[in-house]
Design a protein around this ligand. Structure first.
Ligand code: NOJ
Ligand code: CA
Length: 638
């Protein structure tokens, strides 16, 4: 049992504790080497030593969670399990922005169907579709009003069935988005819970009495904050109570303690699996379990992370149990894949959530690689790729055969990665190609976000009126009083999710072939040369490279299942690693900077790919990656 008298090194000796310490140090921008100095420090001294940044509330929450999560991930293995989702190349479609088919300016299902040949030619095996369910679209579909209906502006259920059939016809698979941490406030369950105080649905959500300020004004039940600014509680004046929403005030959190709710979710998941979908990406699924008492969050952690209360639900008391139940009752009978979106989860707990012996999830998305240490998405800075190298090197070294990683750099919640690394237009293609090589050659399953294969960049968006995202709009309102309009807008622009939500550029026609009408959102700053049609004609394009990478990955089991080994990571801006299986070894050498770099001049086998186009010479061009393959001959020599 850990207590406040335990020492920092006891925390490090616990799987969850290790992740938390790593995360806190990362956020503070401090190396884990500091642990050698502070290992003996008792937890109860931390508030004093950190000037209150790690406060008593944090220590209490930490100790509770450490005592709950004491089992380390298993290191043994009976050999790697081979399965389709480890071999597949996934592609995320953001339906609203992919292809419009009827000129209303909004992407739709028939539009997606019309682009399946493009995706197949790219080498995609499986689609992950962001939500297409019926929704009032407060958060672009992550606020679901009916889990069993298609939103009219995306099409009909018949269109959905056609999409599924067209995918199957091409030997491709479909993964849907499962949003079950919350529903829309317009979902009939919530509407019923609001209108009928005796409804059993009331217990499906978090309704709580509030507190009172000294002047009698209503205050929320606790200090948790929403990810989209402001408190995580919406006041309901009719009944003088509050309902919890970790996201927008129209996304009401579901109470997973209620067994009837869990039954209903199982039925709903099976309903889609009966239709033939191949699995789900599960939205913020690690947040589904909350301690019933809903205790206040640590203020220090709130300031450090930007969100208050998160330590109570990032790995809630019954998370493992709920995941195992959902998997056993809904996923396993269908052999469906489960991919958890799990913000805030580190490497060790990530292994606990995905171990093949645990029956919880197959893969997770976590996000620690998307920003440099000490930075958050809304900071304006240049991302250093040396950190990406160190992150993946650490993560994958000794990861074990029982665990499998998802590999992604972009999605609909993040600006374009290329722009974070180097906004110089001359470096766009080299950076995009380097990132592509990294994503296709590490050990794990690549997830490509639409447009990433074109090397798309961020937009200039002239002012707030061009932005559509609820997060950006709320953020601007939050920052405006302290920063003023110009600075607030600059910050919002640095992190806005709308950069990746603008229409996919297909061709040189008006609105890039996305729509014949007026698009629901327009970006500012892409030149037509980036569209699919233009890149199709250019063998040196980012698109051509992605096709080649997909071909290479499909051609070699070593690139999928091969062991990962870091060859070199100590030189500044240089990364070299290997993937090997059954006598075949692939080596990747990468220049992580905008300056030419001398590479190690060893004979590494045949050059399979060089992103600069030149396959010889011992200098790596700016952001160049070179990929080699060698095979052992009969005698075992290279
Ligand atoms: C994560 C989703 O990817 C994001 O788009 C959404 O806003 C939140 N979860 C809330 O559902
Ligand atoms: Ca449309």
């Amino acid at each position: 049992m850990l207590t406040a008298d335990s020492r920092v090194r006891d925390v490090w000796a616990n799987p969850f504790g290790r992740d938390v310490l790593a995360k806190v140090l990362l956020q503070l921008g401090v190396s884990t080497r500091v642990l050698a100095l502070v290992g003996r420090v008792r937890l109860r001294s931390l508030p004093r030593l950190t000037g209150g940044r790690l406060d008593g509330a944090f220590i209490d929450a930490l100790v509770t969670m450490l005592n709950r999560e004491q089992e380390w991930p298993r290191e043994d293995s009976d050999g790697l399990v081979r399965t389709w989702w480890k071999e597949a190349i996934f592609y995320q479609v953001y339906p609203r922005s992919f292809q419009d088919s009827n000129g209303d300016g909004i992407g739709d299902l028939r539009g997606i169907i019309s682009r399946l040949d493009y995706l197949q030619a790219l080498g995609v095996d499986a689609l992950w579709l962001s939500p297409v369910y019926d929704s009032p679209m407060d958060d672009n579909g992550y606020d679901i009003r009916d889990y069993r209906a298609i939103l009219a502006e995306f099409g009909t259920m018949a269109d959905f069935d056609d999409l599924l059939a067209e995918l199957k016809r091409r030997g491709m698979r479909l993964v849907m988005d499962l949003v079950v941490n919350h529903t829309s406030d317009e979902h009939p369950w919530f509407v019923e819970a609001m209108s009928d105080p005796s409804s059993p649905r009331r217990d499906w959500y978090f309704f709580r009495a509030g507190r009172r300020a000294e002047d009698g004004a209503p205050l929320p039940p606790n200090n948790w904050t929403s990810f989209f600014s402001g408190p995580a509680w919406r006041y309901l004046p009719q009944t003088d109570e509050w309902a919890m929403h970790l996201f927008s005030s129209k996304q009401m959190d579901l109470n997973w303690e209620n067994p009837d709710l869990r039954d209903e979710i199982v039925r709903m998941v099976r309903w889609w699996l009966d239709k033939g979908v191949d699995g789900f990406r599960m939205d913020v699924v690690n947040y589904i379990s909350k301690p019933s008492a809903l205790p206040d969050g640590s203020r220090g952690i709130g300031e450090l992370m930007g969100f208050t209360g998160i330590e109570h639900y990032v790995l809630g008391p019954r998370l493992h149990e709920h995941l195992a139940e959902l998997r056993a009752r809904a996923f396993d009978p269908y052999g469906a894949v489960s991919i958890g979106e799990t913000p805030g989860i580190g490497r060790e707990v990530g292994r606990l959530l995905t171990g093949d012996y645990r029956g919880e999830l197959d893969m997770i998305f976590n996000f620690d690689h998307l920003e440099n240490p000490g930075k958050v998405r809304f900071d304006e800075y240049r991302y250093s790729l040396d950190y990406l190298r160190d992150y993946y090197s650490d993560y994958l070294t000794g990861y074990g055969d029982r665990y499998w990683m998802s590999l992604f750099l972009e999605n609909h919640d993040n600006p374009r990665f290329v722009s974070k690394v180097d906004p110089d237009p001359a470096m766009r293609a080299p950076v995009a190609k380097l990132l592509g090589v990294i994503q296709f050659t590490l050990r794990g399953t690549p997830f490509i976000y639409q447009g990433q294969e074109l090397g798309l960049t961020n937009h200039a968006f002239r002012d707030m009126s061009a932005l559509r995202d609820v997060e950006s709009i709320n953020k601007f309102a939050e920052l405006l009083p302290s920063l003023g309009a110009e600075r607030a807008f600059a910050k919002v622009l640095a992190g806005s999710r709308d950069h990746s939500r603008v229409p996919m550029p297909w061709d040189r026609s008006p609105h890039a072939g996305f729509t014949t009408g007026t698009p629901w959102i327009v970006g500012d700053g892409h030149d037509v040369g980036l569209c699919v049609a233009a890149q199709d004609e250019d063998p040196q394009s980012v698109l051509a490279l992605y096709r080649e990478l997909a071909r290479l990955r499909r051609s070699s089991e070593a690139l999928v299942y091969g062991e990962f080994r870091v060859v070199s990571r100590s030189r500044r801006h240089y990364w070299e690693y290997e993937r090997s299986l059954d006598g075949e070894t692939w080596t990747v050498q990468a220049n992580l900077s905008r300056r030419p770099l001398r590479r190690v001049p060893e004979p590494l086998g045949e050059v399979m790919l060089a992103t600069s186009g030149s396959t010889s010479g011992s200098i790596l061009a700016p952001y160049e990656a070179r990929v080699f393959r060698r095979r052992a001959d009969r005698h075992g020599a290279s």
